[in-house]
Design a binder for this molecule. Structure first.
Ligand SMILES: Nc1ncnc2c1ncn2[C@@H]1O[C@H](COP(=O)(O)OP(=O)(O)OP(=O)(O)O)[C@@H](O)[C@H]1O
Length: 338
């Protein structure tokens, strides 16, 4: 499926998205008025602690929210000119795996333990392409080779449990790119892997992104991964965007107190720091979300009285650098007065 996309238009445009879960008969927003774009060939990182709404965001885009529990309440998701939020199940099935693919943290839960690797790779090819059995087999072998799996002729006859975690993630990537999607959503793709394998998988993703001219949304709680991989970064807190800018600006000039604290929580390789210094407190659960004010106020070292009563708007502070914080709304207002 392909829309009529102008060459400079964003590939994905999420506008004022609100996704909510029904908890005991009341809807709570896990994604609250979120807007962002992904351009062709861009790697956009979504970063934040556990519970910030990163996964719900990607499930919303893919229309994979648990039926009857989670739903998109408002907003638009435009992909390649098509309103994904309006597609029927049948229509979104044609997009999933073909134009947009997704890889998850733990490939063992996405791969079917009962079927061989070859079967699972060929299944996605048969679903989206007119291809003979022989060609699907040859293509599966080539795909496994392209993700750095040696002896692919042998691996296609093996089952997921016979492979290491790193190999399984490579297989998941092969399945995800089988139909050359324009967008790959990678949700914590390396979190379950050890550090060396993590670096190899990230390297592989970058390579594939360049070769296939693909865009990636990379969901992670790890700013180190963001620094390594991303062009643009969205920092999320409790379902809302706290800050949004390009990767260099974010690391050289972080503005939101939450981003600054997250940066302090990056382990420094050159120093003998054993543990990640964590941010005090936790992300509130949906039911305990503050009903007014900035959702980060309770944990914020720079909190001001207005933060408890009004919601700061995400607005451009400097060109290409958006932040949702009253510290900057005040300075923006003063500039306007000057
Ligand atoms: N099926 C569900 N039913 C009710 N609440 C849910 C459901 N799935 C997610 N949530 C809630 O939505 C909020 C956002 O969750 P989400 O999984 O998107 O966070 P995350 O940033 O991806 O965290 P993690 O890194 O742990 O996956 C959390 O408060 C979570 O408890």
């Amino acid at each position: 499926m392909s829309g009529k996309l102008h060459k400079d238009a964003p590939l994905l445009e999420v506008k004022n998205l609100e996704t909510a879960f029904d908890i005991d008969g009341t809807y709570y927003n896990a994604v609250d008025n979120v807007s962002f774009t992904v351009k062709p060939r861009q790697i956009v990182g979504i970063v934040g602690e556990s519970g910030c709404g990163k996964s719900v965001m990607s499930l919303s885009i893919m229309k994979l929210l648990p039926k009857g529990i989670g739903e998109i309440r408002s907003g638009e998701i435009l992909f390649d000119g098509i309103h994904l939020e309006k597609l029927s199940d049948k229509e979104i099935n044609r997009v999933r795996g073909k134009d947009i693919s997704m890889i998850f943290q733990e490939p063992m839960t996405s791969l079917n333990p009962l079927f061989t690797i070859g079967f699972q790779l060929q299944e996605v090819l048969f679903n989206h392409q007119k291809i003979s059995k022989q060609d699907a087999k040859l293509k599966s072998i080539a795909l496994l080779k392209s993700v750095g799996i040696s002896r692919p002729e042998k691996i296609i006859d093996e089952y997921p449990h016979q492979l290491s975690g790193g190999m399984r993630q490579r297989v998941m990537i092969a399945i995800a790119i089988a139909c050359q999607p324009k967008l790959l959503i990678a949700d914590e793709p390396t979190t379950a892997l050890d550090v060396t394998v993590q670096a190899q998988i990230l390297e592989l993703l970058k390579e594939i992104q360049q070769v296939n001219d693909m865009s990636i949304i990379l969901i992670t709680h790890d700013l180190g991964v963001v620094a390594e991989m991303c062009d643009e970064v969205i920092v999320m807190y409790a379902g809302r965007i706290a800050e949004k800018t390009d990767v260099d600006t974010l690391f050289h000039n972080p503005k939101h107190p939450y981003t600054k604290l997250l940066m302090g929580a990056i382990p420094k390789m050159d120093e003998d720091v054993e543990e990640l210094s964590s941010i005090k407190g936790i992300v509130p659960s949906l039911k305990n979300m503050p009903t007014a004010g900035c959702r980060f106020a309770e944990r914020c070292p720079s909190v001001m009285p207005e933060c408890m009563v009004s919601t700061p708007k995400l607005a451009e502070n400097e060109q290409g650098h958006e932040v949702a914080c009253f510290l900057y709304e005040t300075s923006r207002a003063l500039e306007g007065v000057k």
